[in-house]
Design a protein around this ligand. Sequence first.
Ligand code: P6P
Length: 324
Amino acid sequence: MLRVDEVLRRDGVADDLRSVINHTLIGCKEIAHKLSQGELAGILGSTETENVQGETQKKLDVISNEVLKHVLSQDPGVRGIASEEEDNTVAINDDGKYLVTFDPLDGSSNIDVNLSVGTIFSILQAQQPGSGDDMALFLQSGRNQVAAGYVLYGPSAILVLTTGKGVNFFTLDRHIGEFVLTKEQVKIPEDTKEFAINMSNQRFWEKPMQDYIAHCLQGEEGPLGKRYNMRWVASMVAEVHRILVRGGIFMYPWDSRDPSKAGKLRLMYEGNPMSFIVEQAGGRSTTGREDIMDIQPEDIHQRVPVVLGSKNEVETVMRYHLQG
Ligand code: P6P
């Protein structure tokens, strides 16, 4: 079984980028271990603090963020980092080439009920000199990503990784402490009968989204002509992984609960990395109107509506939005 670094070398990934990926994965392995301890480690539950998003931080949100900051600060190739749990970007090494954005523990509301959570990361190259605490360095479209991945902490810990040459799955072999290759060149089925959305927000969606979901629920007799199934894990990493394995469509659209927000999910460390992975696997990832990776970011924590997954189903949803 090939280890992840052997696959990266085989695929011609530059030494300094391999180093950043390997450092990131050292952090993810430590997070996987802490999660596996559950109550035994006394680190479940919430802190008394909120992050810049206004969300109460779980203890493991803070711990995971510190773990990743620490391991990435050991790599001279890292210029700076941006995290869901950090108000501002953090300078690491002014001579570094790479910028790393991450959601250290996505889906953390699932931790206390022992459901799947994940780490999402995206790697960009700094395009000009400057310190990593200058947010402007990071404000590049998703098309500039040189690598993206996630680790899903489920019954097994699975790394899904792309460096622009397709998508590979790796499973953590805890006996040797390495992610080993378990599936190569993963492709998302172009069609699906399975949608994922938080239905409790239905009354807050725009009409095109309400119309699409209503037609899904009409099954074979409706205009979409097929019987759909529904899933909602409340953990984007788990939803995306299911879609990579068997197809599907995941949606977190804009809703009117807080009209000032473009959506719930964040562009730089959720939307863009997941879009890179999904497109590299033959899927599509849009706002419902435009490809997410075409967006020019204006803030490191900006939010984005997300409609991603099986290419033909995503394009059906786009048609609903383009027709208005
Ligand atoms: P809701 C987790 O908090 C997250 O950011 C995504 O991982 C997940 O898809 C979504 O929010 C769940 O949101 O509104 O269902 O709790």
